[in-house]
Design a protein around this ligand. Structure first.
Ligand code: PXP
Length: 240
């Protein structure tokens, strides 16, 4: 069964815009689970621009599905992951200047360091997924360093400027899935997926979970707007 991991980071982005207490990403995770999310995904960034360490600790206590912690492969984050023990970790590259995670991890270039980190997390019973582009050498290297999962980066597919390039990117993803399956890797995918571009991705072979954030949070804000305004009108009458 193809499952959905809901990334709740941008609930925290809205909260951090005012450095206040609402909206609460933990409440959003509970509601996402009520809506059928099979997992909750969250990225604790080095610059703490949205999710804070306390959020991850609370999510660990409240999430009833599974908690996927996205993090950069840094010493600081490894200590936090070993302490919080998410259900699995997805290692992602991180640059301070980027708006969101831009490319996949370069496993080939950082082979020995990543191999050591994967083994370290796995020795604490934390399965590891590697967020990578669907490139043959990166997929092979992910299997060689014995990660259990890869997460294929769907950003280039999502951002394709036209149908021809979108088809080509979809084909790279399909080939990546086939190679990963042959190597015994489990496959997740995500980044940039929306209500409009998701369906072809669900038809790729072997994908277990899609991690989706921005489009769901965006839609939640809009579909909730009418009710939120109606409730403010009630509050103005002292009736909320
Ligand atoms: N997967 C990974 C590894 C990510 O870094 C992100 C963005 O945080 C996502 C999935 C979700 O991407 P989006 O917010 O575009 O759905």
């Amino acid at each position: 069964m193809l499952t959905l991991g809901v990334n709740i980071d941008h609930i925290a982005t809205i909260r951090q815009a005012r450095r206040t207490v609402e909206p609460n990403p933990v409440a959003a995770a509970i509601l996402a689970e009520l809506g059928g999310a099979n997992g909750i995904t969250t990225h604790l960034r080095e610059d703490r621009r949205h999710i804070q360490e306390m959020d991850v600790r609370l999510l660990r206590k409240t999430v009833r599905t599974h908690l996927n912690l996205e993090m950069a492969p840094t010493d600081e984050m490894i200590v936090i992951a070993l302490d919080i023990k998410p259900d699995y970790v997805t290692l992602v590259p991180e640059k301070r200047e980027e708006v969101t995670t831009e490319g996949g991890l370069d496993i080939v270039r950082n082979y020995y360091r990543l191999k050591e980190i994967v083994a370290h997390l796995q020795s604490a019973d934390i399965p590891v997924s590697l967020f990578i582009d669907a490139q043959e050498n990166q997929i092979q290297a992910s299997a060689d360093i014995k990660a259990q999962f890869i997460e294929l980066h769907t950003g280039k597919y999502a951002d394709a400027p036209n149908a021809r390039i979108r088809e080509r990117e979809l084909e790279f993803l399909r080939q990546g899935c086939e190679q990963a399956l042959d190597l015994g890797l489990r496959i997740n995918a995500g980044h940039g997926l929306t209500y409009w571009n998701i369906y072809p991705i669900t038809c790729l072979p072997g994908i277990e979970e899609l991690n989706i954030g921005h489009t769901i949070v965006s839609r939640a804000v809009l579909v909730g707007m009418e009710r939120a305004v109606r409730e403010m009108k009630l509050a103005m009458r002292g009736e909320f």
